[in-house]
Design a protein around this ligand. Structure first.
Ligand code: ADP
Ligand code: MG
Length: 569
């Protein structure tokens, strides 16, 4: 069985191709969204998903979220005083939880996964994502661009040729716009642009900023905010912002000790204050249209993806921007995972999907460093020379020619880079290749450099001197040309050895964590009522009777739901 996974910055969703349709898989809590969060408990065990997310307020130093932002870097996140994890490790832990959820729901072993990545993820970020999947015990069948997945969920493969969708994906921390097109029966990303520092979280900051302008008390609260108060403000903003998706006015409440601070926020005030953020949605849209050379009037659909597009202020901004209404026929939280499961069905050879063919583009520019001499003979080194440009449909093969720049030069050396900057040092270095050349006056030796890139991330570089017939070849695979990194097997073992709460027990911890968070965010009679319910819950836990625990858990959860409104992920 192969499943489709949307590995998001904020939330993950997982779906399977089941009985001929894409089907969402609920986690142990019964939710189809699982927060991308990992938390370390006092007893040294790890929690993932909603239980971990709910500990963010009460245990910020033991909880990690938003780690996808650091995917592909060496940056480590501390959980507690001793343990450190890379984004890759943390993602692997979340993926492991999803794998268990899928196996429990489907009742079969899940070996493979199609994991989605933002279209603008670079080579390193993609490799790290693939490794995270492998560390979690998956065979990663394919990395799929999120917009391609979304377009599939919205049924682009049932449309006629040349129809283009604009996929507008505003998540928790990232914004991604892509133009996806059907061309001769192939689904293709024509262009993608994004801002990986823009999402729902920024709207939370904006709301906190708005609140802190109310009066000095709020200002103080914000500036005095240590780690814990910062998290409380963030959680309060999240709650208020979600409420504003349904009503015109909502209250913003935080507690400090026994004191509660409350103020009312109107959607209008929020919209006004969010003006600069909403304005930032424009540039990536324009860039994707420019890159794909498609006019707004030629777009078949504008599809909304990502939880933050549920905000009415965002929807209005989009409608204003395009002069028409976006397509909302698929839930924006589910589209990417559903589309990934279509790809999974395709890979499993499902008959119903025979007609679909997928292709992708190279999401970034690949090239070499180059030296140039100006008319005064000054040498400029380290200038990026693109060979395969971003958004080129893959598999692709492109050639460029390079000359010697000094007399009697004996060798040409090419640094291989990926990125968009003219200065190679700002791009990602992937490797290097050298070729010997016969000594001749500068500029008289010309070498051909060919790049071939395919959808598995295989980059092949061939350099040749047509005159001497000398050739050199280099293949950079998903693992930088050295196969599976030697430490992968070991790291998988190390991660497997980490203790994770059993699913059933994790449910209980999730309820306790949620109750503790609620206790902190209310005061007065409500807080007292929460306290009484916590006592009831703890005595149920102490009974160690699974049935009593399950019944009380259900009752307590329903009570908390009615207290908080929509389940607060
Ligand atoms: P990611 O792709 O980054 O994992 P998601 O697509 O899950 O993110 O979106 C998460 C964001 O969606 C969060 O910032 C959350 O606040 C926002 N969100 C979810 N539901 C709502 C809602 N009803 N109203 C406003 N924002 C919402
Ligand atoms: Mg997303």
């Amino acid at each position: 069985m192969i499943v489709g996974i949307d590995l998001g910055t904020t939330n993950c969703a997982i779906a399977a191709w089941k009985d001929g349709t894409p089907t969402l898989i609920p986690n142990a809590m019964g939710d189809v969204l699982t927060p991308s969060a990992v938390s370390l408990c006092e007893n040294g065990e790890l929690l993932t998903g909603v239980a971990a997310r709910d500990r963010q307020v009460t245990h910020p130093r033991h909880t990690a979220t938003s780690f996808k932002r650091y995917m592909g870097t060496r940056q480590k996140t501390k959980l507690g005083p001793q343990q450190e994890f890379t984004a890759e490790d943390l993602s692997a832990l979340v993926l492991r939880g999803l794998k268990a959820d899928a196996e429990a729901f489907l009742g079969v072993e899940v070996e493979g996964a199609v994991i989605t990545v933002p279209a603008y993820f670079n080579d390193r970020q993609r490799k790290a994502t693939r490794r995270a999947g492998e560390l979690a015990g998956f065979k990663v069948s394919r990395l799929l661009n999120e917009p391609t997945a979304a377009a599939l969920a919205f049924g682009i493969h049932d449309r006629s040729d040349r129809e283009a969708f604009l996929v507008f994906d505003l998540g928790g921390g990232t914004f991604d716009v892509s133009i996806v097109e059907m061309f001769e029966g192939i689904v293709e990303v024509r262009a993608s642009a994004g801002d990986n520092r823009l999402g729902g979280e920024d709207f939370n900051d904006c709301l906190i900023d708005l609140v802190s302008r109310q009066d000095d008390r709020w200002k103080q609260l914000r500036s005095s905010s240590g780690n814990e108060m910062g998290e409380k403000l963030r959680a309060a903003a999240e709650r208020t912002r979600r409420a504003l998706s349904d009503t015109a006015i909502a209250s913003f409440t935080v507690t400090e000790g026994e004191e509660a601070f409350t103020c009312e926020i109107s959607e209008r005030a929020f919209e006004e204050h969010a003006g600069p953020l909403l304005a930032r949605l424009r540039e990536p849209v324009l860039r994707s249209l420019r890159d794909s050379n498609i006019q707004v009037s030629k777009l078949s659909e504008i599809v909304l993806v990502g939880g933050a597009t549920r905000m009415p202020v965002v929807r209005r901004a989009i409608t204003r921007m395009f002069g028409r209404f976006p397509n909302q026929s698929v839930h924006p939280d589910h589209a990417v995972a559903l589309g990934a499961s279509v790809q999974a069905g395709l890979l499993m050879g499902d008959k119903a999907l025979e007609e679909i063919r997928l292709s992708d583009v190279c999401p970034f520019t690949l090239g070499v460093d180059n030296a140039q001499i100006d008319e005064r003979g000054r040498l400029y080194e380290g200038i990026f020379s693109p060979i395969i440009e971003r958004n080129t449909p893959i598999p692709a093969s492109r050639v460029n020619y390079y000359q010697t720049i000094v007399d009697n030069q004996r060798e040409l050396m090419f640094g291989i880079y990926q990125g968009e900057s003219r200065d190679v040092t700002s791009n990602v270095r992937l490797g290097e290749i050298r070729i010997p050349v016969p000594p001749k006056p500068a500029g008289e030796v010309v070498v051909e450099c060919r790049f071939s890139y395919d959808s598995n991330g295989l980059l092949e570089i061939d350099v040749s001197n047509p005159e001497t017939g000398v050739t050199r070849n280099l293949v950079l695979t998903e693992h930088d040309g050295d196969g599976v990194p030697p430490d992968l097997a070991e790291r998988r073992k190390a991660l497997a050895a980490l203790k994770i709460h059993p699913r059933e027990e994790a449910l209980n911890i999730a309820v306790s964590a949620r109750a503790a968070r609620c206790y902190e965010s209310f005061v007065g009679a409500t807080r007292e009522a929460i306290g009484r319910n916590i006592t009831l819950w703890e005595s149920a836990l102490n009974s160690q009777n699974p049935r009593t625990i399950a019944e009380q858990r259900l009752a307590f959860t329903e009570w908390l739901d009615s207290l908080e409104g929509e389940r607060f992920l």
